[in-house]
Design a protein around this ligand. Structure first.
Ligand SMILES: Cc1ncc(COP(=O)(O)O)c(C=O)c1O
Length: 274
């Protein structure tokens, strides 16, 4: 577990500094869809990644970047990329890495939308899905050992709040050469940092605890840079981009993330002791 004090400060300020222009103390909402440069040479440098900057809103945006940077820092990840919803984050991530003939191992208790992807959509693309009983670590290990491209977990699960041992699953995934992906929506980066435990990619429905006010939809994936770059490329072309206004609301919500989760933890402990 990371230093509590640091997490609170990071939730408040991390990732914002680069976007604070004109002396603003809060990240501005940049609605502009296109970004201009003085000459074609500079545009070309930005467009080809030789120079920092933005070209077109489906690819990147300053407000959206601040949100991605904040999540990246809170999760201790190398890189992050965002989406219009949590489901877009999950479906785009799976679509980036899974091809016909591949095999994915997961659990039966993932969020309903994720379960639909496993039971309805992936099989149509000849992707083999093995769903194990949630919490049956030996069964998951057995299926992973048979070989799989992705081991996909959600812990705690929504809504059944079942727990999986992340370190044990990372060990199994590593041994099989699988990518280990975790939906960390319910724990939040305040309670759990799966990257510290060896997970390759962490997903959040930002719509839930990150935003915290039920007024903005969003999703985010963070983790190893080489993997996040591939997911970003899939998303920038396929288009499930996070809207700058939603990014602003999520950033504003995240300023109280640490306080809200601390209180939720306290309340839950109280209920447990009744
Ligand atoms: C654990 C979990 N993952 C993913 C999602 C999907 O997120 P969204 O509703 O932002 O698409 C949800 C939504 O409830 C969720 O609880």
């Amino acid at each position: 577990m990371m230093n509590e004090k640091k997490l609170g400060t990071q939730a408040l300020w991390a990732g914002e500094k680069d976007q604070l222009v004109h002396g603003a103390t809060q990240v501005p909402v940049v609605h502009s869809v296109s970004f201009g440069y003085d000459d074609m040479d500079e545009w070309f440098e930005v467009a080809t990644g030789q120079k920092e900057g933005h070209i077109y809103g489906r690819n990147t945006n300053p407000t959206v970047q601040a949100f991605e940077d904040k999540v990246k820092i809170l999760e201790g990840a190398e890189a992050a990329t965002s989406f219009s919803t949590g489901m877009a984050a999950i479906s785009n991530t799976l679509a980036t890495f899974l091809y016909p003939g591949d095999r994915i191992v997961s659990i039966k208790d993932t969020y309903g939308g994720t379960n639909k992807i496993f039971t309805e959509f992936l099989p149509k693309q000849q992707i083999h899905v093995e769903l194990c009983d949630t919490g049956d670590h030996a069964a998951i290990e057995k299926e992973v050992e048979k070989g799989c491209k992705v081991l996909y977990l959600e812990t705690p699960t929504n809504p059944t709040v079942k727990i999986t041992d992340i370190e044990r699953m990372v060990k199994a995934g590593r041994a099989a050469g699988a990518l280990v992906i975790i939906d960390n929506t319910f724990a939040t980066p305040i309670n759990q940092n799966p990257i510290e435990l060896g997970v390759d990619l962490v997903i959040h429905s930002a719509t839930k605890f990150l935003g915290g006010h039920a007024d903005a939809l969003g999703g985010v994936v963070c983790g190893r840079e080489d993997l996040v770059e591939q997911i970003y490329h899939y998303r920038e072309i396929n288009g499930a981009t996070l809207d700058p206004m939603a990014a602003y609301l999520l950033l504003r919500g995240m300023k109280t993330l640490h306080l809200r989760i601390e209180r939720q933890n306290y309340n839950a402990q109280k209920l447990l002791s009744i």
